[in-house]
Design a protein around this ligand. Structure first.
Ligand code: 13P
Length: 365
């Protein structure tokens, strides 16, 4: 294992206050997002959209690395320049999604296991030769009645660790992404408890598989209440037996300063308890939060806690960076400059969030 290369790559990805842009949607996911906006679901439309992203002027001032998909890493701009050359010229490090998706876990209704280990060693070798220097694998955990189960946690953690070890053997920094989904009516505290358990399992397995912590990146969810948790309230069980009922302690709305602060505090506490200091950086996924909230919450974490953190706290957003640009683009060539402006704006907001300096006023500028 080339430990020097791995830790250099990992550190470069967090250098100068920059972060990552995930543009690794699989073809079905990309097509779904296009369909919602009536954009044709073709190879050419996907290529044109990815060209728009990587040719955004000044993107490299805010973005250190982009995560590509197998189709995208082999594509070229309209004038025939390979995407990988465009990225190399901009000094943006290319990464690659290597899992083959989350499938139903047998005998576990409602739970998923991520696949893609078969043949992975050879695929990683090819991606390294092409120029990729990091990779991504996403595990998906759902919160519900009695889930996630221990067996689902363990199976996904083990797959993540085996993937990470293979990446490091090939010279690629693994992004280890165990995503606890926002779907559901769970409270903030349930998400905290599940995320802690997930991360504990992940680091046990990473150690088991001898993964070099200095040469990896963790990509977790922020700790958030479920999307259908009635207005983001904290609830407390009082009384007992039939008399038991829930009282509302607070009535915080998403986006209120207090709510943002609370998410920041609970998320950082959860990471403190579970992520070893040897990991160079943590890059959050956005998970369906609005772009503004994702920036505000990341900024609050850095603003309040940066001086006390052993790792960098950064971003590896897909939707929270891309969505405004995609809406403006609509598949029309004429909209490319305005869409690129929107993409750059989100990248700038998130770079400010890394310094703890994002403010809502940036949205009006
Ligand atoms: P979102 O930021 O849209 O959650 O995507 C991040 C990602 O890479 C999902 O695997």
């Amino acid at each position: 294992m080339n430990t020097q290369l791995l830790s250099e790559t990992a550190n470069k990805l967090f250098a100068d206050g920059k972060g990552l842009l995930a543009m690794d949607e699989s073809n079905p996911t990309c097509n779904q997002r296009f369909a919602k906006l009536n954009i044709p679901q073709t190879v050419e439309a996907r290529r044109a959209y990815r060209e728009l992203i990587i040719t955004t002027p000044s993107l490299n001032e805010n973005i250190s690395g982009v995560i590509l998909y197998d189709e995208t890493i082999r594509q070229q701009t309209k004038d025939g320049t390979p995407f990988l050359k465009v990225l190399a010229d901009a000094r943006i490090i290319p990464g690659i999604k290597v899992d083959t998706g989350a499938k139903d876990l047998a005998a576990h209704p409602g739970e998923k296991i991520t696949e893609g280990l078969d043949g992975l060693r050879d695929r990683l070798k090819e991606y390294f030769q092409m120029g990729a220097r990091f990779a991504k694998w996403r595990a998906v955990l759902t919160i519900g009645e009695g889930i996630p189960s221990r067996s689902c946690l363990e199976a996904n953690a083990q797959a993540l660790a085996r993937y990470a070890a293979l990446c490091q053997e090939a010279g690629l920094v693994p992004i280890v992404e165990p995503e606890v989904l926002m779907d559901g009516g769970h409270t903030l505290d349930r998400c905290r408890a599940v995320t802690e358990e997930v991360l504990r399992n992940v680091f046990i397995q990473l150690n088991c598989q001898r993964v070099l912590l200095e040469g990896m990146i963790l990509k977790p969810n922020m700790v958030l209440p479920g999307l259908t948790c009635a207005p983001h309230q904290e609830v407390k069980e009082v009384g007992d037996g039939e008399q038991q009922y829930q009282v509302r302690l607070t009535d915080r709305q998403p986006g209120e300063e207090q709510e943002i602060d609370e998410v920041a505090k609970v998320t950082v506490k959860c990471l403190w308890r579970t992520v070893p200091a040897a990991v160079p950086g943590i890059a959050f996924l956005s998970g369906g939060q609005s772009p503004e909230l994702a920036s505000a919450r990341l900024s609050a974490m850095n603003h309040r806690f940066k001086s006390q953190l052993p790792w960098a706290l950064a971003f590896s957003f897909a939707r929270a960076i891309q969505q405004p640009a995609l809406k403006i683009w609509q598949g029309q060539e004429a909209n490319v400059p305005a869409a690129q402006q929107a993409l750059l704006h989100r990248a700038q907001c998130n770079r400010a969030a890394r310094r703890g300096e994002y403010t809502a006023a940036m949205e009006k500028a």
